[in-house]
Design a protein around this ligand. Structure first.
Ligand code: ARG
Length: 700
């Protein structure tokens, strides 16, 4: 027995479940028995008295949860950080606890008014005194942790809680003497679990299962080798005994109705200081600025959600809602993260949403030098499809050649910045690293524009069959407009276009001057020519829809013949190939690029088997494009998407909704997905164009 440990409790004179501020309280309002509560509390008091000195704070009327003294504050030596309750329901307790700390000789520290921190309920010292485990996610704010570190001069390890049943750290986590840790891992996010595992060796981790967790087994009072708790399974009891603990069970069912048990009802008020332990916080904070149609475009939700999902926390410092329909909103948000790595992950995604880091003076982008050709310094900023600017010599410089998945190379002497693929990096080049001094602009889509005849496509969405015709109408209208304005339309197409009978329609589009470049692979060309030379597509008769005897050899024969000609163009010029998609490309002088792959038969002489070369060809054909039609070719379309900056209209057609979603999910409204048979889509498109052009007759 040790009399040196002092524990603060509060008699349950006014205890009841009067409101709901955690899931345990739901359905329990005024359902607890006063007499039983008093008896259970008394039993706990007795159990603790056997091992420690119990001190009492006077209960206050109107503060039913004051029995949970763990939430009074956090104590170390003669310092006490008094709690700032998250819920107004408990804020009335603050002055009572503060008075008690002051009256008992503690130096009291108070957090800023709007910064919640719920005391020892969310902050538990490692029993060896090496550091403080601090929880956040429900009640306490991550931003309170640096204050704890500074005031108590201790290292703070932040852990994020993710299960609302375990809203306070002490409901699912209990450091025990000897470096043991009793805890319930599913209550924490992956990063926190990793931190716990790094700090506590496996043989010291006592992991509990859900049934024990919901009995609040982690909510234990540990006094030397004694562990006092509400209830434990036989198995857990044995595990604890095996490593030298004595388990004392004392029923606290009445308090469970309020979401608390043994540990919640106590506060250790003489935590010893370890001289060699000092402050060390890894919590990072920064303020970001967001501007645009933050609500309409869902940017605000996305930003706040991603901060929390990645493991940070936020506080909206101010939000100015655009008053008029057209006006933009802006917001300043303070973002906090438990480590530099997490802060960078969050910032990268926020930059993608158009956020700007709001430091007093805007810092120049950090760069590092390439020391190995084709390899970037680690930590490089990975580019997106959005127009990006980087800060060089105190000026914002626009990044040229914007595309996804590149690195940004800056030249401070010429004040230029270029998007470069890793493989193109040369020794000595300066690559932007970290997230400082980088901003992206998301086009502010005005409500007006979205509503008008402009290419609205009903926002970025995947259309169902019902809406296909409507979408096709808009695409036809847009194609015509681009043609009139002498714009550029590129098609990526897979062999399905031919198998579904879309070849004739695509040929038609090319012949009529709507297409200015074709991107595909070996297969589309092979099957297109097979159809036009032999009437089959992959051996299937295109008119009857049935396989032709020996048809599987057709496409190889075609490949062989074209190989003899030396190129598709030669075959056209020799009068051998007389119709079809490839024929029209040659005839209309439309550039095409066929990118090879491992499964290609032949390949055709035109197929580029050097993939780096093929990527370059694609990129050069795509330059200056206004619109891209992606027709049933996932691989080529994804490749194209990566090379294309935001702002270019994209239409992705595929029978598989998953493919369409994947392709059209670029977070910009200019892309639209159409889930339908591509042959049908093309035939509808031709019909629509015909309607629009009834004056100009299109002959097939
Ligand atoms: N009803 C109280 C609340 O929701 C219970 C507090 C339990 N205390 C604790 N340290 N887990 O705030």
């Amino acid at each position: 027995m040790s009399n040196t440990i002092r524990i603060l409790m509060c008699p349950p004179d006014h205890y009841d479940v009067d409101y709901v501020i955690n899931p345990w309280m739901e359905g329990n309002i005024h359902k607890s028995s006063k007499d039983r509560a008093v008896e259970q509390w008394q039993n706990l008091h007795n159990a603790i008295k056997d091992h420690a000195i119990v001190e009492l704070v006077a209960p206050a009327k109107g503060s039913p949860d004051m029995v949970f003294t763990a939430n009074a504050g956090l104590v170390l030596g003669d310092k006490a950080v008094v709690s700032r309750f998250y819920h107004p329901e408990r804020q009335g307790e603050e002055p009572y606890f503060k008075a008690w700390f002051e009256g008992n000789g503690f130096t009291v520290y108070e957090l800023p008014k709007d910064l919640p921190f719920e005391g020892a309920g969310d902050a538990l010292f490692d029993r060896e005194g090496r550091w403080l485990w601090a929880g956040y996610g429900f009640r306490s704010e991550l931003d309170s942790h640096p204050y704890l570190a500074e005031w108590l001069d201790t290292e703070v390890v932040s852990l994020r809680l993710i299960d609302e049943r375990f809203y306070h750290l002490d409901t699912c986590f209990c450091p025990l003497s000897g470096g043991y840790l009793l805890y319930y891992p599913p209550a924490f996010d992956a990063y926190s679990n990793q931190i716990i595992e790094m700090r506590v060796p496996e043989e010291k981790r006592i992991i509990i299962d859900e049934p024990d967790a919901v009995n609040f087994a982690c909510n234990s009072v540990n006094i030397n080798s004694v562990v006092v708790m509400n209830k434990t399974s036989v198995e857990l009891k044995q595990r604890l005994e095996k490593v030298g603990f004595t388990v004392v069970q004392t029923t606290l069912s009445e308090f469970l109705k309020a979401g608390g048990a043994a540990k919640c009802l106590t506060l250790r008020v003489n935590e010893p200081i370890r001289e060699e332990v000092h402050a060390n916080v890894s919590v990072e904070s920064r303020v970001i600025h967001l501007e645009g149609h933050l609500l309409d475009a869902g940017i605000m939700n996305q930003a706040l959600d991603l901060i929390v999902e990645i493991g940070g926390s936020f506080r909206v410092l101010n939000f100015n809602l655009g008053i008029e329909r057209q006006s933009v909103s802006n917001a300043d948000v303070r973002v906090s993260a438990p480590s530099h790595q997490i802060m960078e992950d969050i910032m990268t995604q926020l930059i993608e949403l158009g956020a700007l880091s709001k430091t007093e003076e805007i810092l120049n982008a950090k760069t590092e030098t390439v020391t190995m050709a084709g390899v970037s310094p680690d930590d490089f900023y990975v580019t997106t499809i959005y127009p990006t600017e980087v800060r060089v010599n105190d000026q914002w410089v626009k990044v040229q050649g914007q595309r996804m998945d590149g690195a940004i190379v800056v030249d401070p002497t010429t004040l230029t910045a270029d998007c470069k693929l890793l493989r193109d990096l040369r020794v000595g080049e300066q690559v932007v690293v970290d997230v400082e001094g980088i901003r992206t602009t998301r086009k502010v889509e005005s409500r007006d524009k979205r509503g008008t005849q402009e290419f609205s496509f009903m926002g970025a969405g995947v259309s169902s069959e019902r809406r296909v015709e409507l979408v096709v109408e808009q695409i036809a209208w847009e194609l015509r407009k681009i043609k009139e304005q002498k714009g550029k339309v590129i098609v990526t197409a897979g062999p399905v276009v031919i198998h579904t009978g879309g070849g004739q329609h695509l040929s038609h589009l090319i012949r009529a001057g709507y297409v200015h470049g074709l991107l595909g692979g070996n297969a589309i060309a092979v099957h297109d020519m097979e159809q036009n030379l032999m009437g089959t597509s992959l051996g299937v008769d295109m008119k009857k829809g049935i396989p032709v005897r020996g048809g599987h050899r057709h496409h190889l024969k075609v490949i062989n013949t074209i190989r003899r000609f030396g190129s598709i163009k030669n075959a056209v010029e020799a009068g051998y190939l007389t119709k079809g998609v490839m024929y029209e490309c040659v005839k209309q002088n439309i550039p095409f690029s066929l990118a090879g792959s491992i499964r290609d038969d032949g390949p055709l002489p035109d197929t580029q088997m050097d993939l780096i070369k093929a990527q370059q060809d694609y990129a050069s054909i795509l330059e200056g494009t206004d619109m891209i039609l992606m027709l049933s070719s996932m691989l080529h379309s994804i490749g194209v998407g990566n090379m294309t900056p935001a702002g270019i209209k994209m239409v992705c057609v595929d029978i598989n909704p998953a493919v369409v979603t994947k392709l059209s999910d670029r977070g910009s409204v200019e892309s639209v997905g159409v889930v339908t048979d591509v042959g049908l889509f093309l035939s509808l498109l031709i019909q629509q164009l015909d309607k629009l052009n009834s004056a100009v007759s299109l002959t097939v």
